[in-house]
Design a protein around this ligand. Structure first.
Ligand code: FAD
Length: 287
Protein backbone atom coordinates (compact mmCIF):
# COMPACT_ATOMS: atom_id res chain seq x y z
CA UNK A 1 0.00 0.00 0.00
CA UNK A 2 1.17 3.52 -0.65
CA UNK A 3 2.38 5.26 2.52
CA UNK A 4 0.50 8.39 1.44
CA UNK A 5 -2.74 6.38 1.58
CA UNK A 6 -1.89 4.33 4.68
CA UNK A 7 -0.94 7.31 6.86
CA UNK A 8 -3.81 9.73 7.02
CA UNK A 9 -2.33 11.99 9.72
CA UNK A 10 -4.64 10.94 12.57
CA UNK A 11 -1.68 9.61 14.53
CA UNK A 12 1.98 10.50 14.16
CA UNK A 13 3.91 8.19 11.84
CA UNK A 14 6.62 5.96 13.30
CA UNK A 15 9.09 4.30 10.95
CA UNK A 16 12.46 2.56 10.96
CA UNK A 17 15.39 2.75 8.61
CA UNK A 18 17.72 -0.19 8.05
CA UNK A 19 20.63 -0.77 5.69
CA UNK A 20 21.53 -3.93 3.73
CA UNK A 21 24.49 -5.84 5.19
CA UNK A 22 27.92 -4.98 3.81
CA UNK A 23 29.12 -7.13 0.90
CA UNK A 24 31.35 -9.07 3.28
CA UNK A 25 28.39 -10.18 5.46
CA UNK A 26 25.70 -12.59 4.32
CA UNK A 27 22.33 -11.01 3.48
CA UNK A 28 20.72 -13.29 6.12
CA UNK A 29 22.08 -11.10 8.96
CA UNK A 30 19.46 -8.47 8.17
CA UNK A 31 16.64 -11.01 8.58
CA UNK A 32 17.69 -11.59 12.19
CA UNK A 33 17.28 -7.84 12.77
CA UNK A 34 13.93 -7.83 10.97
CA UNK A 35 12.71 -10.78 13.05
CA UNK A 36 13.23 -8.58 16.10
CA UNK A 37 11.85 -5.36 14.57
CA UNK A 38 8.64 -6.87 13.25
CA UNK A 39 6.85 -7.05 16.64
CA UNK A 40 7.42 -3.34 17.15
CA UNK A 41 4.80 -2.66 14.44
CA UNK A 42 6.34 0.35 12.70
CA UNK A 43 4.22 2.07 10.04
CA UNK A 44 6.95 1.24 7.55
CA UNK A 45 10.57 0.20 7.30
CA UNK A 46 12.81 1.90 4.76
CA UNK A 47 15.89 0.26 3.25
CA UNK A 48 18.88 2.36 2.19
CA UNK A 49 20.51 2.20 -1.22
CA UNK A 50 24.31 2.03 -1.33
CA UNK A 51 26.53 4.16 -3.52
CA UNK A 52 27.34 2.62 -6.85
CA UNK A 53 24.04 2.37 -8.65
CA UNK A 54 23.17 -0.10 -11.40
CA UNK A 55 22.43 -3.60 -10.22
CA UNK A 56 24.83 -3.24 -7.26
CA UNK A 57 21.81 -2.63 -5.06
CA UNK A 58 19.88 -5.79 -5.72
CA UNK A 59 19.76 -6.29 -1.93
CA UNK A 60 17.76 -3.08 -1.34
CA UNK A 61 15.03 -4.35 -3.63
CA UNK A 62 15.14 -7.89 -2.24
CA UNK A 63 15.00 -6.77 1.41
CA UNK A 64 12.29 -4.14 0.81
CA UNK A 65 10.26 -6.78 -1.06
CA UNK A 66 10.66 -9.27 1.80
CA UNK A 67 9.68 -6.70 4.44
CA UNK A 68 6.44 -6.24 2.57
CA UNK A 69 5.70 -9.75 1.40
CA UNK A 70 7.15 -11.92 4.19
CA UNK A 71 6.93 -9.64 7.24
CA UNK A 72 3.69 -7.92 6.17
CA UNK A 73 5.10 -4.50 7.01
CA UNK A 74 4.95 -1.71 4.45
CA UNK A 75 8.39 -0.93 3.01
CA UNK A 76 10.10 1.99 1.34
CA UNK A 77 13.04 1.42 -0.99
CA UNK A 78 15.62 4.21 -1.15
CA UNK A 79 16.89 4.98 -4.64
CA UNK A 80 19.72 7.33 -5.62
CA UNK A 81 20.28 8.68 -9.10
CA UNK A 82 23.60 10.42 -9.79
CA UNK A 83 25.44 7.19 -10.58
CA UNK A 84 22.55 5.75 -12.59
CA UNK A 85 21.45 6.23 -16.18
CA UNK A 86 17.77 6.53 -17.12
CA UNK A 87 17.97 3.00 -18.40
CA UNK A 88 19.32 1.78 -15.05
CA UNK A 89 16.50 3.53 -13.20
CA UNK A 90 13.88 2.05 -15.54
CA UNK A 91 15.30 -1.39 -14.86
CA UNK A 92 15.27 -0.81 -11.08
CA UNK A 93 11.68 0.48 -11.17
CA UNK A 94 10.68 -2.72 -12.95
CA UNK A 95 12.41 -4.74 -10.21
CA UNK A 96 10.56 -2.74 -7.57
CA UNK A 97 7.24 -3.41 -9.30
CA UNK A 98 8.01 -7.13 -9.56
CA UNK A 99 8.73 -7.22 -5.81
CA UNK A 100 5.50 -5.38 -4.96
CA UNK A 101 7.31 -2.25 -3.74
CA UNK A 102 5.02 0.79 -3.92
CA UNK A 103 7.04 3.39 -2.01
CA UNK A 104 10.33 5.01 -3.00
CA UNK A 105 12.53 7.51 -1.18
CA UNK A 106 13.95 9.35 -4.20
CA UNK A 107 17.44 10.72 -3.58
CA UNK A 108 20.28 12.31 -5.46
CA UNK A 109 22.98 10.42 -3.55
CA UNK A 110 26.39 11.62 -2.41
CA UNK A 111 29.44 12.01 -4.62
CA UNK A 112 31.85 9.14 -4.20
CA UNK A 113 35.20 9.00 -6.00
CA UNK A 114 34.80 5.24 -6.43
CA UNK A 115 31.65 5.58 -8.52
CA UNK A 116 31.50 7.79 -11.63
CA UNK A 117 28.64 10.25 -11.91
CA UNK A 118 26.41 9.75 -14.96
CA UNK A 119 24.85 12.65 -16.85
CA UNK A 120 21.18 11.64 -16.77
CA UNK A 121 20.20 13.02 -13.34
CA UNK A 122 21.69 15.96 -11.51
CA UNK A 123 19.27 16.47 -8.63
CA UNK A 124 16.64 14.44 -6.81
CA UNK A 125 13.75 16.47 -8.29
CA UNK A 126 14.69 15.10 -11.73
CA UNK A 127 14.49 11.56 -10.37
CA UNK A 128 11.11 12.35 -8.78
CA UNK A 129 9.72 13.54 -12.15
CA UNK A 130 11.18 10.51 -13.91
CA UNK A 131 9.63 8.05 -11.41
CA UNK A 132 6.30 9.88 -11.65
CA UNK A 133 6.32 9.38 -15.42
CA UNK A 134 7.27 5.70 -15.26
CA UNK A 135 5.13 4.12 -12.58
CA UNK A 136 2.53 4.46 -9.89
CA UNK A 137 4.62 4.90 -6.76
CA UNK A 138 4.29 6.94 -3.59
CA UNK A 139 7.41 9.12 -3.80
CA UNK A 140 9.11 10.48 -0.71
CA UNK A 141 12.07 12.84 -0.44
CA UNK A 142 14.84 13.88 1.96
CA UNK A 143 15.05 17.26 3.70
CA UNK A 144 17.59 19.01 5.87
CA UNK A 145 16.58 20.94 9.03
CA UNK A 146 20.13 22.34 9.30
CA UNK A 147 20.44 22.93 5.52
CA UNK A 148 22.03 20.51 3.07
CA UNK A 149 25.80 20.63 3.42
CA UNK A 150 26.34 21.78 -0.21
CA UNK A 151 23.59 24.41 -0.28
CA UNK A 152 24.62 28.06 -0.48
CA UNK A 153 22.13 29.03 2.22
CA UNK A 154 18.97 27.85 3.89
CA UNK A 155 16.62 29.92 1.68
CA UNK A 156 18.10 28.41 -1.51
CA UNK A 157 17.90 24.91 -0.04
CA UNK A 158 14.22 25.42 0.81
CA UNK A 159 13.51 26.73 -2.71
CA UNK A 160 15.13 23.60 -4.12
CA UNK A 161 13.11 21.47 -1.72
CA UNK A 162 9.92 23.17 -2.91
CA UNK A 163 10.89 22.23 -6.47
CA UNK A 164 11.30 18.62 -5.39
CA UNK A 165 7.94 18.54 -3.60
CA UNK A 166 6.22 20.17 -6.59
CA UNK A 167 7.73 17.48 -8.83
CA UNK A 168 5.72 14.84 -6.93
CA UNK A 169 7.02 14.16 -3.42
CA UNK A 170 4.17 13.41 -1.02
CA UNK A 171 6.15 13.01 2.24
CA UNK A 172 9.52 14.13 3.52
CA UNK A 173 11.97 12.45 5.87
CA UNK A 174 14.49 14.67 7.59
CA UNK A 175 18.19 14.33 8.06
CA UNK A 176 19.12 13.43 11.63
CA UNK A 177 19.44 16.25 14.14
CA UNK A 178 20.12 16.47 17.87
CA UNK A 179 18.69 19.90 18.58
CA UNK A 180 14.90 20.02 18.22
CA UNK A 181 14.93 23.81 17.96
CA UNK A 182 16.57 23.40 14.52
CA UNK A 183 13.64 21.25 13.45
CA UNK A 184 11.04 23.73 14.73
CA UNK A 185 12.72 26.64 12.88
CA UNK A 186 12.80 24.46 9.76
CA UNK A 187 9.07 23.72 10.06
CA UNK A 188 8.39 27.45 10.12
CA UNK A 189 10.46 27.95 6.97
CA UNK A 190 8.61 25.13 5.22
CA UNK A 191 5.25 26.69 6.09
CA UNK A 192 6.54 30.05 4.84
CA UNK A 193 7.57 28.46 1.53
CA UNK A 194 4.20 26.74 1.09
CA UNK A 195 5.60 23.23 1.62
CA UNK A 196 2.71 21.42 3.25
CA UNK A 197 3.51 17.70 2.93
CA UNK A 198 4.07 15.68 6.15
CA UNK A 199 7.65 15.71 7.45
CA UNK A 200 9.00 12.89 9.58
CA UNK A 201 11.74 13.91 11.98
CA UNK A 202 14.90 11.80 11.58
CA UNK A 203 16.18 10.62 14.94
CA UNK A 204 19.41 8.72 15.38
CA UNK A 205 20.03 7.21 18.81
CA UNK A 206 23.75 7.54 19.34
CA UNK A 207 25.32 4.53 20.90
CA UNK A 208 28.99 4.93 20.14
CA UNK A 209 31.39 7.81 19.72
CA UNK A 210 32.84 6.78 16.34
CA UNK A 211 29.35 6.63 14.86
CA UNK A 212 28.54 10.15 15.96
CA UNK A 213 31.81 11.57 14.66
CA UNK A 214 31.19 9.99 11.27
CA UNK A 215 27.60 11.22 11.10
CA UNK A 216 28.43 14.73 12.14
CA UNK A 217 31.24 14.99 9.60
CA UNK A 218 28.90 13.72 6.87
CA UNK A 219 25.88 15.89 7.57
CA UNK A 220 27.12 18.73 9.79
CA UNK A 221 24.49 18.27 12.53
CA UNK A 222 25.02 20.64 15.42
CA UNK A 223 25.59 19.17 18.85
CA UNK A 224 23.82 20.80 21.80
CA UNK A 225 25.87 21.15 24.99
CA UNK A 226 23.60 18.66 26.76
CA UNK A 227 24.40 16.06 24.09
CA UNK A 228 28.17 16.68 24.01
CA UNK A 229 28.30 16.31 27.78
CA UNK A 230 26.76 12.84 27.52
CA UNK A 231 29.32 11.78 24.91
CA UNK A 232 32.25 13.12 26.90
CA UNK A 233 31.13 11.58 30.15
CA UNK A 234 30.38 8.10 28.82
CA UNK A 235 32.61 7.69 25.76
CA UNK A 236 34.66 4.94 27.43
CA UNK A 237 31.70 3.11 28.91
CA UNK A 238 29.78 1.51 26.01
CA UNK A 239 26.84 0.34 28.09
CA UNK A 240 26.35 3.72 29.77
CA UNK A 241 26.72 5.52 26.41
CA UNK A 242 24.13 3.22 24.84
CA UNK A 243 21.67 3.85 27.67
CA UNK A 244 22.31 7.60 27.59
CA UNK A 245 21.92 7.62 23.78
CA UNK A 246 18.56 5.86 24.08
CA UNK A 247 17.41 8.26 26.82
CA UNK A 248 18.48 11.28 24.74
CA UNK A 249 16.57 10.01 21.67
CA UNK A 250 13.46 9.31 23.77
CA UNK A 251 13.64 12.81 25.24
CA UNK A 252 13.89 14.29 21.72
CA UNK A 253 10.96 12.20 20.48
CA UNK A 254 8.68 13.09 23.41
CA UNK A 255 9.36 16.78 22.80
CA UNK A 256 8.77 16.41 19.03
CA UNK A 257 5.53 14.48 19.39
CA UNK A 258 4.14 16.78 22.06
CA UNK A 259 4.93 19.68 19.71
CA UNK A 260 2.82 18.02 16.99
CA UNK A 261 5.50 16.56 14.69
CA UNK A 262 4.02 14.53 11.79
CA UNK A 263 6.13 11.53 12.67
CA UNK A 264 9.43 10.02 13.73
CA UNK A 265 11.82 8.16 11.45
CA UNK A 266 14.25 6.17 13.55
CA UNK A 267 17.68 5.53 12.05
CA UNK A 268 18.06 2.12 13.69
CA UNK A 269 21.57 1.36 12.41
CA UNK A 270 20.25 -2.22 12.32
CA UNK A 271 20.31 -2.26 16.12
CA UNK A 272 17.06 -3.98 17.12
CA UNK A 273 17.77 -3.72 20.87
CA UNK A 274 17.97 0.08 20.69
CA UNK A 275 14.89 0.31 18.44
CA UNK A 276 12.93 -1.85 20.88
CA UNK A 277 13.91 0.18 23.96
CA UNK A 278 12.90 3.42 22.25
CA UNK A 279 9.65 2.03 20.88
CA UNK A 280 8.65 0.67 24.28
CA UNK A 281 9.26 4.07 25.86
CA UNK A 282 7.10 6.02 23.42
CA UNK A 283 4.46 3.57 22.19
CA UNK A 284 1.71 5.27 24.20
CA UNK A 285 2.38 8.54 22.39
CA UNK A 286 1.79 7.05 18.96
CA UNK A 287 -1.84 5.96 19.29
P1 FAD B 1 18.74 16.97 -3.64
O1 FAD B 1 17.35 17.18 -3.20
O2 FAD B 1 19.00 16.85 -5.10
O3 FAD B 1 19.62 18.17 -3.06
C1 FAD B 1 21.06 18.12 -3.12
C2 FAD B 1 21.62 19.52 -3.14
O4 FAD B 1 21.34 20.15 -4.39
C3 FAD B 1 21.05 20.47 -2.07
O5 FAD B 1 22.08 21.32 -1.65
C4 FAD B 1 19.94 21.23 -2.81
O6 FAD B 1 19.72 22.51 -2.24
C5 FAD B 1 20.54 21.32 -4.22
N1 FAD B 1 19.50 21.23 -5.27
C6 FAD B 1 18.45 20.38 -5.31
N2 FAD B 1 17.75 20.55 -6.43
C7 FAD B 1 18.36 21.51 -7.15
C8 FAD B 1 18.13 22.11 -8.40
N3 FAD B 1 17.08 21.72 -9.17
N4 FAD B 1 18.98 23.09 -8.83
C9 FAD B 1 20.04 23.49 -8.06
N5 FAD B 1 20.31 22.95 -6.85
C10 FAD B 1 19.50 21.97 -6.40
N6 FAD B 1 22.26 8.46 0.39
C11 FAD B 1 22.48 7.25 -0.18
O7 FAD B 1 23.45 7.09 -0.94
N7 FAD B 1 21.64 6.18 0.02
C12 FAD B 1 20.55 6.28 0.82
O8 FAD B 1 19.81 5.32 1.00
C13 FAD B 1 20.29 7.54 1.48
N8 FAD B 1 19.22 7.69 2.27
C14 FAD B 1 18.94 8.92 2.84
C15 FAD B 1 17.80 9.07 3.63
C16 FAD B 1 17.51 10.30 4.21
C17 FAD B 1 16.26 10.46 5.03
C18 FAD B 1 18.39 11.41 4.02
C19 FAD B 1 18.11 12.74 4.68
C20 FAD B 1 19.54 11.26 3.25
C21 FAD B 1 19.83 10.02 2.63
N9 FAD B 1 20.94 9.84 1.81
C22 FAD B 1 21.19 8.62 1.23
C23 FAD B 1 21.92 10.92 1.64
C24 FAD B 1 21.60 11.79 0.38
O9 FAD B 1 21.82 11.04 -0.78
C25 FAD B 1 22.53 12.99 0.45
O10 FAD B 1 22.19 13.82 1.53
C26 FAD B 1 22.67 13.79 -0.84
O11 FAD B 1 23.80 14.67 -0.66
C27 FAD B 1 21.47 14.66 -1.20
O12 FAD B 1 20.40 13.93 -1.59
P2 FAD B 1 18.97 14.65 -1.86
O13 FAD B 1 18.12 13.63 -2.46
O14 FAD B 1 18.52 15.33 -0.65
O15 FAD B 1 19.43 15.72 -2.97
Amino acid sequence: MKISEKLTGENPAFSFEIFPPKKTSPIETIYKTLDELKDLSPDFISVTYGAGGGTANYSTCKIAGDIKNKYNIESVAHLTCITNTKEDILHILEEFKTNGIENILALRGDFNPNYPVRDDFKYADELVSFIKNHGDFCIMGACYPETHIEAHDSATDIQNLKRKVDAGVSRLISQLFFDNECFYRFQEKLAGAGINVPVEAGIMPVTNRKQIERMVSLCGASLPRKFSKVIQKYENNPEALRDAGIAYAVDQIVDLLSSGADGIHLYTMNNAYVARKITESISGLLR
